[in-house]
Design a protein around this ligand. Structure first.
Ligand SMILES: [Fe+2]
Ligand SMILES: [Fe+2]
Length: 160
């Protein structure tokens, strides 16, 4: 990808650790989300009647905190990543790259807000398991696409 730019030199170990740690946190969040709803296991979903009311309301009760936590987590990570990118030597030379990466973060934040609003609105209609499954899939796809297009090339460009 053209965003690879040798003008960005090696990250300091501390910066690299921050990014790595936060990517791990996001990955952990997605795993917790995948396992959060006892009824969202795809085998059980075929017979959603196996999810009793108590389980359903427990999953429903925990949904808002999952929805809002990702906005906080992603917002913090994007800020840190942008600060690290801006602190690179010769950042002016790669400013266009920085701006497009920053714009991609802003787009994700906007999408996250819309997804959260949609999930909250669906709470009274859809099965809670279905909401968890869809939320997990949408988030996973969103972050995977971003990693491929922006974070991976950025990290690779620091290892020249
Ligand atoms: Fe990232
Ligand atoms: Fe990023």
């Amino acid at each position: 990808m053209s965003v690879h730019n040798k003008a960005i030199n090696e990250l300091t170990p501390a910066d690299y650790l921050v990014i790595e740690k936060e990517h791990l946190l996001l990955g952990r969040y997605l795993n917790n989300l995948r396992d959060a709803c006892a009824c969202s296991n795809s085998d059980k979903l075929l017979d959603s009647k196996t999810c009793d009311n108590e389980k359903q309301s427990s999953c429903l009760g925990r949904l808002p905190s999952f929805l809002f936590h990702i906005i906080e987590l992603a917002g913090m990570h994007f800020n840190d990543e942008e600060t690290i990118m801006l602190s690179r030597p010769n950042v002016i030379k790669v400013y266009k790259y920085f701006l497009s990466h920053q714009q991609a973060h802003a787009d994700i934040m906007q999408k996250l807000q819309a997804i959260v609003d949609r999930c909250l609105a669906l709470r009274s209609q859809d099965s809670v398991a279905e909401i968890y499954i869809q939320f997990h899939k949408t988030l996973s796809d969103l972050f995977e696409e971003h990693d491929l297009n922006f974070d991976d090339p950025f990290i690779a460009s620091t290892k020249t």
